[in-house]
Structure formats: C-alpha cells, structure tokens
Design a protein around this ligand. Structure first.
Ligand SMILES: [Zn+2]
Length: 275
C-alpha cells in the first residue's frame, strides 16, 4: 500500500488547509461512505494531531481535523479509506473505515483535561458536518460517535460534545432525553445487596432495543461488561446528564423515544461504484 502522501483537492469548501496523510487505501468493496464518525483527538494541540495523523508509522488517519479555533484541515480525500475507527461495529458491519468519513475534533480528551468544545470549533464542526451529510446523503441515524461503534475501547468525542446542537443544525439524530432521577439508579452489574436482582427480561429487552438501533450488544439478558459500556456509550450520546452505564428508567425512556423517532434505522447502502 502506498505510503506517499497524495496531494488532492479538498472535497469541502469548509476545509481551509490540506495536509495529506499517507495512511490511506481504497474503500473496500467500492462502497460509498454512509456513516459520519466523530472523534476527539486526545492530543494536546491541533497541529500535533495533524502531524501525528500524517506520520506513516502512526498508521492512523482521518478525513478532517477541526482545531479549537475552527480551522479545518483535510487529510484524506473522501473517496479514500482512512484509518480512524479501528475494531468497530454498527448494524453488523465491521469495516467501519470503508463505510465512513471521519472527523477528529481537537480536544485533549478525558485523560488530559477534557473541556467544552469552543464556540468557533463547534461552528466549524457543524458547517463541515452539514456539508458532508448533504453531499454524501448520510442519514441522521448514521452520524455517530466513535464510542457508539466501539464502546469497549473508546469514549470519544464524549459527553461534552453537543449532539443536540448538531441535530438542530439538521445533522444527526436526537430526541429530548428523559431526565435522570436521583432515586432511580437503575440496573447494573454491581448492585447493592438490598437491591433486587436485575430482571433478565428487562435487560434483554433493553439489549434488543440497543441492538435494533445499531449497537453491537449481545441480547443475553445478562448485564455483562459489553452491556454496561454500550449503555454508557448510548448515554454519552443521547442522555449525557448522567453517564454511568446503568440501565435506569430515563435511559430506557430516551432509547424508546429515539427508536420511535427513527423507527427504521438505515443499514449500509448496497455496494455500488463510487461516482
Ligand atoms: Zn476516536
């Protein structure tokens, strides 16, 4: 596979700079991008992130980087497969890199002082996302967090990312979350002794709903670690007021509301040639 960066014309007018990454390859199966995947960089600065994503030995890349001041750098042409999703899954599809366009949003992340996304950056993210979903006909329910497609490994872009605002700008799915209550701590694997055992049927029902929306979760009725982290990923995206991985009534109500609003989540498009 090529390791020489290839200069290309930016796909989006929102991109103000091009910094080609060598870490690219053709999209497998010739399938067009059908998912928009949002990340945070987890690095100290935007320029450091761009440098890293352009290093051949890093073996990672993404299509766009949005710095805190709103500067947008395109690193991979949208027609190419970038390496940002890693081992991941959505609606049973596991080659998310071949199906997605990836945006890295500069933020040091949970391990280095996770902070709010600045206004200039949010404006740039929104404009870029609007442009990408319009040109690529990406439906709302396929605008996803990295944590949605790999909840066991990733938590980015995290609960501070404003998905509601993105939705108001006509990008991504959102429903008004049911607020969590202090007296409803929900079901989880580590219950206090006075708490009754979690009913398996209830856990299985929630797992089925998460699975129907696209999450890769077993429908076992057992509150395993995958279930805990998948519930946390759902909360991080759709009910950010409390992210604890416990299945409380607010989480369930929000999930049911989401599936009612988006009753037939769109699976990946059938293989077609990229125009
Ligand atoms: Zn990520």
């Amino acid at each position: 596979m090529t390791t020489k960066p290839t200069v290309f014309t930016p796909n989006s007018a929102i991109a103000t700079a091009v910094h080609p990454s060598p870490n690219i390859e053709p999209r497998r199966g010739g399938r067009p991008p059908n998912i928009l995947l949002l990340h945070y960089t987890g690095m100290r600065s935007g320029p450091l992130a761009v440098d890293y994503l352009a290093r051949p030995d890093a073996k990672v890349s993404c299509h766009y980087v949005v710095d805190t001041d709103g500067t947008v750098t395109q690193m991979v042409a949208e027609s190419m497969r970038a390496w940002h999703a890693g081992v991941s899954s959505w609606h049973g599809e596991t080659d998310i890199n071949s199906l997605s366009i990836g945006i890295e949003i500069q933020n040091p992340g949970h391990e280095m002082g996770y902070h709010d996304f600045p206004e200039a950056q949010m404006r740039a993210v929104i404009a870029l996302c609007q442009d990408i979903v319009t040109r690529n006909a990406i439906p709302p329910e396929r605008v996803l967090a990295h944590s949605d497609v790999t909840p066991m490994r990733k938590i980015d872009p995290g609960e501070k990312f404003n998905w509601q605002r993105l939705h108001r700008a006509h990008v991504g799915a959102w429903v008004k979350p049911s607020p969590p209550h202090d007296d409803d701590l929900g079901l989880g694997p580590n219950l206090e002794s006075e708490t009754p055992a979690p009913p398996q049927a209830c856990i299985a029902a929630a797992q089925r709903l998460l699975h129907r929306y696209g999450y890769d979760v077993p429908c076992s009725g057992i509150y395993c670690e995958v279930t805990l982290k998948t519930v946390a990923a759902f909360q991080r995206h759709f009910r950010p007021a409390r992210v604890d991985g416990c299945l409380d009534l607010s989480t369930l109500a929000t999930l049911e509301r989401l599936l009612a609003a988006y009753p037939t989540p769109v699976a990946a498009a059938a293989p077609t040639a990229i125009a």
